[in-house]
Design a protein around this ligand. Structure first.
Ligand code: IPM
Ligand code: MG
Length: 352
């Protein structure tokens, strides 16, 4: 089982190291970890945020454990050389169109949420975010308007097949779990969203057992923090999914707790090839200080064991250990506690 470990920038290396220690503590036979450079770090070493050798490494691996990318000292580079292009490039290049972002309040930990405990208790949703299309990957540029002003432009579009394949992922998740499915769009304004909605309705025909509703994204944002219990599986596009998943993470209590899996169509000898990363960024303000909460990355490693290696039991062990650590008051600064990165990692390992 070959895992490409891509720690990246900022707190990426710190949180990834703890997730790797957790994987090692499970003593899985045949586990090989290979490290590669991505992001600002890769730009500084190789002149590109996603060097060819990293792409080769990713292509050979059965799964990728990704930290974070983003470095303020690179913000003035041309867009194609910025650290963020590493993750966007990997998603696109590897065809990882399905991003699963589970967000749930651990039982007994409702007080960690900034929401009222009775509201937070109902938060347990799976956001299924389309990851390789939308305004993220459309043409974009600068031009001079007729009035002589500088103008920035980005184009948003979805093709039927892109909507259809992500819709199937979400419907399958809803069908297996028995949860309702909410498709989030902005069909009252955007033609891209109207097509999205039409295709989702068409795909729904294959899943008569799934309860489907449609919601505009502004309303969805409001419902996530006022009535989170009404969501089971949430299906949405790249941009809306980016925003709603940060919102859901804040409602859980911290963005430092949310893992993600990015999957495509490729399978390996062990399961589905995938990239696993915390949904948070590189947090340059606390990088290198040993303060970052590694739980989101550790939980991403659990998702990897489940989806890419069929190791359901070990994935459960990690998730239970993280839940226990939280219940025992092992809280990072993000949750108002004093535990640092290494101490949190050790606490999770002790509870495996
Ligand atoms: C995420 C991040 C990325 C995104 C950035 C780093 C490009 O915010 O994974 O949610 O916008 O997809
Ligand atoms: Mg984001």
């Amino acid at each position: 089982m070959k895992i490409a470990v891509l720690p990246g920038d900022g707190i990426g290396p710190e949180v990834t190291a703890e997730a790797v220690r957790v994987l090692e503590a499970l003593s899985l036979p045949g586990l090989t970890l290979l490290e590669g450079d991505v992001g600002g770090v890769a730009y500084k070493r190789h002149g590109h945020p996603l060097p060819q050798e990293t792409l080769d490494l990713a292509g050979e691996a059965d799964a990728i454990l990704f930290g974070a990318v983003g470095d303020p000292s690179c913000d003035t580079l041309e867009r194609h050389l910025r650290p963020e292009q590493a993750i966007l490039g990997l998603r696109k290049h590897l065809g990882l169109f399905a991003n699963l972002r589970p967000a749930r309040v651990f039982a007994g930990l409702e007080h960690l949420s900034p929401l009222r405990a009775d509201i937070a208790a109902g938060l347990d949703m799976l956001i299924v975010r389309e990851l390789t299309g939308d305004v993220y990957f459309g043409a974009k540029g600068r031009r001079v308007s007729e009035a002589g002003e500088h103008e920035g432009w980005d184009s948003m579009s979805y093709c039927e097949h892109e909507v259809r394949r992500i819709a199937h992922v979400a419907f399958r998740a809803a069908a297996t779990s028995g949860l309702p499915l909410t498709s989030v769009d902005k069909a009252n304004v955007l033609e891209t969203s109207q097509l999205w909605r039409d295709v989702v309705i068409e795909v729904a025909g294959d899943y008569p057992q799934v309860a489907l509703d449609h919601m505009y994204v502004d309303n969805a944002a409001m419902q996530v923090v006022s009535h989170p219990e009404r969501f089971g599986v949430v299906l949405t596009g790249n941009l809306f999914g980016d925003i709603l998943s940060d919102l859901a993470s804040a409602a859980v209590g911290s963005i430092g707790l949310l893992p993600s899996a990015s999957l495509g169509e490729r399978t390996t000898a062990f399961g589905t090839f995938g990239l696993y990363e915390p949904i948070h960024g590189s947090a340059p303000d606390i990088a290198g200080q040993g303060k970052a909460n590694p739980m989101a990355t550790i939980l991403s490693a659990a998702m990897m064991l489940r989806h890419s290696f069929g190791r359901e039991a070990e994935a459960d062990r990690i998730e239970v250990a993280v839940g226990k650590a939280l219940a025992d008051g092992i809280l990072g600064g993000d949750l108002g506690g004093t535990y640092g990165t290494a101490a949190i990692g050790a606490a999770v390992r002790e509870r495996l």
